[in-house]
Design a protein around this ligand. Structure first.
Ligand code: GUN
Length: 292
C-alpha cells in the first residue's frame, strides 16, 4: 500500500501556483482575486471557507469574504452575485454550499457568471466539461485528477466505480473518469443510494472513488486486492482528542481497507487539501483568461 499524500502534493502544486501568481502581479500589477460568499454558520462550511481564504493568501492571491446571516433572502444573495459578476477586479466567485432551505442552490449556481465560476458548478461549465471543451472543473474532482496525475497513475482501461452521485463530486467525477483524457478513459460505474448491492460493483473496481458522506461506509470486504481507493468523505464528529474539538472521518474504513490497496488517500490529508488546489488553479486560470 502506498499513500496518495494530499499534503505533499498540495504543497508542491501551491508552490507552483504561487510562482505563477507572482508573475501575474509583476506583469499586470494585480493579483488573482477570489470572492467567497458564506451564508449562515454551518461549522463545516466555516472551516472550509476559512481554509480557502487562508490558502489564497499563501499563494499570493487576493480574497474577499462576504458573510451573511441565514436571514438573507434569495433575492439579496442573487443581487450580490450580480454585483460581483460585474466587478472587473474579481476573477473567481464561489458560494459555499449547502445554503439555507429558502435559497435555491440551483438559482445561485446559475447566477454566477460561467466566466468566474471557479467551482465549476454552472451548467455551462458542466456541459463544456462533458464535451471536453475548456471549462472550470469542479474543484474536488479536479483535485483528484491532479493527484492521480502527480503520482503517474495510468487510469486508461480501468474499471472506475464511483459511490455517490452528488452534483459536487460523484456526478462530475464519473464524467471526468470516462472522458477521452488522461486521467480518464475508464469504464465507469456509478453507485448510489438506490443501488441494491454496492459491494457487487465495488469488488470489481480497479479505482474506487467514495463520496457518499457516511463514516466508514466502505469496509475491507468491499474492496478488491490492489485497488486504488480515493476517499472523498469529510465526516466531522465532536472529539476531545483534537485542538479544534472536531475529528474528521472518511467514507472508507482506512485501517482495514488500506492493507488491501495499491494506493489510498488518507482522511484528513488527502482529497480535502486537493480540493483547495483545484479551486486555486481555476482562479489562476481565470486570471490568465485561459478558459474564456
Ligand atoms: N460544499 C462542499 N464542497 C463544496 C465546494 O467544493 N464548493 C462549494 N462552493 N461548496 C461546497
Amino acid at each position: 500500500m502506498q499513500l496518495l499524500d494530499g499534503k505533499f502534493v498540495s504543497e508542491k502544486l501551491k508552490q507552483e501556483i504561487a510562482v505563477e501568481a507572482a508573475t501575474i502581479l509583476e506583469k499586470t500589477g494585480r493579483k488573482p482575486h477570489l470572492v467567497a460568499i458564506l451564508v449562515g454558520h454551518d461549522g463545516g462550511s466555516e472551516t472550509y471557507v476559512a481554509s480557502k481564504i487562508k490558502n489564497c493568501e499563501k499563494v499570493g492571491f487576493n480574497s474577499t469574504l462576504y458573510r451573511y446571516e441565514n436571514t438573507i433572502t434569495e433575492e439579496e444573495l442573487l443581487k450580490k452575485i450580480d454585483e460581483v459578476n460585474q466587478d472587473p477586479n474579481t476573477d473567481g466567485i464561489l458560494v459555499q454550499l449547502p445554503l439555507p432551505k429558502h435559497i435555491s442552490a440551483d438559482k445561485v449556481t446559475e447566477k454566477i457568471s460561467p466566466e468566474k465560476d471557479v467551482d465549476g458548478f454552472h451548467p455551462v461549465n458542466l456541459g463544456r466539461m462533458q464535451r471536453n471543451l475548456p471549462s472550470f472543473l469542479p474543484a474536488t474532482p479536479y483535485g483528484i485528477l491532479l493527484m492521480l496525475q502527480e503520482y503517474g497513475i495510468d487510469t486508461a482501461g480501468k474499471h472506475c466505480v464511483v459511490i455517490g452521485r452528488s452534483n459536487i463530486v460523484g456526478s462530475p467525477m464519473s464524467i471526468l473518469m470516462a472522458r477521452n483524457t488522461n486521467p480518464g478513459n475508464c469504464t465507469v460505474t456509478i453507485c448510489h443510494s438506490r443501488t441494491p448491492d454496492i459491494k457487487k460493483f465495488s469488488l470489481d473496481a480497479d479505482i474506487l472513488i467514495v463520496a457518499i458522506g457516511k463514516k466508514n461506509f466502505v469496509t475491507a470486504d468491499m474492496v478488491k486486492n490492489g485497488a486504488i481507493v480515493i476517499d472523498v468523505g469529510m465526516n466531522r464528529e465532536v472529539s476531545t482528542e483534537t485542538k479544534s474539538g472536531f475529528k474528521l472521518y472518511g467514507d472508507v474504513d482506512f485501517e482495514n481497507v488500506a492493507p488491501k490497496t495499491s494506493w489510498i488517500t488518507p482522511v484528513p490529508g488527502g482529497v480535502g487539501l486537493m480540493t483547495i488546489v483545484g479551486l486555486l488553479k481555476n482562479t489562476l486560470a481565470s486570471a490568465k483568461k485561459e478558459i474564456y
